[in-house]
Design a protein around this ligand. Sequence first.
Ligand SMILES: *Cc1c(COP(=O)(O)O)cnc(C)c1O
Length: 358
Amino acid sequence: MSRFWSDIVHRLIPYTPGEQPVLAHPVKLNTNENPYGPSPRVLEAIKAELGDHADALRRYPDPTARTLCETIARHLGVRAGQVFVGNGSDEVLAHVFQGLLRHAHPILFADITYSFYPTYARLFEIDYRLIPLEADFSLDVDAYRQPNGGILIANPNAPTGRALSLKSLERLLDANPDSVVVIDEAYVDFGAESAVGLIDRYPQLLVVQTLSKSRSLAGMRVGYAIGHRDLIDALTRVKDSFNSYPLDRLAQVGAIAAIEDVAWFDKTRQAVMASRETLSAQLEALGFRVLPSAANFVFATHPDEDAGAIAAALREREIFVRHFRLPRIEQFLRISIGTDAECAALVTALKERARVTE
Ligand SMILES: *Cc1c(COP(=O)(O)O)cnc(C)c1O
């Protein structure tokens, strides 16, 4: 704390990312990173960019990332003018808060969802109202029928993994024609329905996606938003008032290569989804209740074991899962889907612990 801090800084509650342990071989199932690497073509594209142009790092990158926007547009069946890219979808979301969600009414999002939403709301001084999820952590779209300055929905939701159907989303959009509705699809490629196909029908709809999870590029920082040109223009105006070059040259070529390698994308996400079903069944056999997940993680609770104690015991064995000490979910663990060997190490550790505590 310092007398030099602004009032806003005093009031901030910064987002706490999952631990990045400094260990040789941790079993890291705590930050929803993809256990499989990105497409090998990503590294080739980055090497080519570095190798072929001595100027690759000397010169500024394309501030509009035009080729990347065109690639995303072609891949999703939208127009390049309906695409905005940023330095991770977190940055895209920050611009959304500042450029599209600051209005007279509070914005609405679930009580249990991505914890960056309240963080951004405080940073940008935007009022928000939490809409409680149902007892089973499903989302009732009719609860969002009230005056609002915008709506944010993570679909699938984090940290629950539960997905909302497109039909429900359409009902939400029909009920809210006059406020921006943001669908954060960070995990959509692991089994949920994307709302991208709705953008031409709903000018208030903005869909946000990321290369961090299903393209295994969390370290490269590329995210994007898809929506009506007017929404994209707002984001571009904010970006050009903040940082004109959010994506460096290597990230731009790497992202293009990742999106173009559809075969790698499909193979790895299918593997993650298959492992998710296996792990869910194994956890259930150990007595856990596991929520249905359409993401690359599962959200699980044990009726007789304290979630914090389980997480601490796993940590001793260098197995990291995410435990949120928050109302309603303090007895849950969010477990990212790892390789089959990592999932097996987790299950073995849980079994041994069960034997010891019996
Ligand atoms: C991981 C995640 C993001 C952020 O992704 P980046 O593109 O890495 O910034 C956004 N929203 C949700 C719900 C996430 O889980």
